[in-house]
Design a protein around this ligand. Structure first.
Ligand code: NAP
Length: 246
């Protein structure tokens, strides 16, 4: 099948629901071969089944991306199932718990940093040699406007998401000569389980656009960043946020 991503071999983490699921479905419709990851086996199996309506090559690997040995297994699976890797979307994440620093404990901090930041480091470190050997690659890391502006009650989340931006910029500088571009997407309020649990009303009040974001708003951008059309775009933080932050 032909599409903007035909010939691409893509790994998407946290693809069982929300933004990751929307990216998986758009990538399949654009012809990419896929390895879909999530910690929730049933959820990711269901999304993979939907993706197979468009792309014959859709594989699943259930893994906790904060666990270094599970990430190794995930990339072994990428090589075995896809024969290599040209696109990595680090999307899996957990949201802020809405506590001030005075109510936060170290275990919550460590868990947030492990899932939202260390996972990105582990996956990028595993992906770069595969992309370098192919001579081309695109890495897309999900940050957040909270990582750019900060949000009260989100010190661990904001720290992890700001870290994703720093990681993406530094890695872009290390990998451009191998034709690997690295970009961060920093969404504003997107209607998913994560934002519903946290509560959407205070962030919705900041929007200029007359609706909140959808997972597809992010998936459209991810398709562009994964495609050859975005080859000259690297080290950037792109923030679809409905004008909440200008
Ligand atoms: P979501 O609806 O909660 O989906 C996240 C997915 O990642 C879930 O399927 C979740 O599985 C999975 N996941 C969580 N921890 C994992 C782990 N350790 N290993 C593998 N998979 C794991 O979240 P979302 O709103 O789509 O967010 C996706 C990304 O966008 C996140 O990085 C988030 O921080 C970022 N983001 C979201 C918004 C927003 O407004 N929604 C705004 C800015 C940035 P379970 O269901 O089992 O937990």
């Amino acid at each position: 099948m032909t599409g903007r991503l035909s010939g691409k071999q893509a790994l998407i983490t946290g693809a069982g629901r929300g933004i990751g699921a929307a990216i998986a479905l758009r990538f399949a419709s654009e012809g990419a071969a896929l390895l879909l990851n999530d910690i929730d086996a049933a959820a990711v199996a269901a999304i993979a089944e939907e993706c197979r309506k468009d792309s014959a090559a859709v594989h699943v690997c259930v893994a906790d991306v904060s666990d270094p040995s599970a990430v190794e297994r995930l990339f072994d699976e990428a090589v075995a199932a896809l024969g290599g890797l040209t696109v990595l979307v680090n999307n899996a994440g957990i949201g802020g718990v809405g506590k001030t620093i005075l109510d936060s404990d170290l275990d919550e901090w460590n868990r947030m940093i492990a899932v939202d930041l260390t996972s990105v480091f582990l996956a990028c470190r595993a992906a770069v040699p595969l992309m370098r050997d192919t001579g081309r690659g695109s890495i897309i890391n999900l940050s957040s406007v909270t990582g750019v502006t900060g949000t009260a009650g989100s010190v661990p989340y904001a720290s992890a998401k700001a870290g994703v931006i720093g990681l993406s910029k530094a890695l872009a500088k290390e990998t451009a000569h191998w034709r690997i571009n690295v970009n961060a997407i920093a969404p504003g309020l997107i209607d998913t389980e994560m934002s519903r649990v946290r509560g959407q009303s205070s962030s919705a009040a900041d929007l200029l656009w007359p609706r909140i974001g959808t997972p597809d708003d992010i998936a459209h951008l991810a398709v562009y960043l994964a495609s050859d059309e975005a080859e000259f775009v690297t080290g950037q933080v792109i923030s679809p946020n409905g004008g909440a932050v200008i």
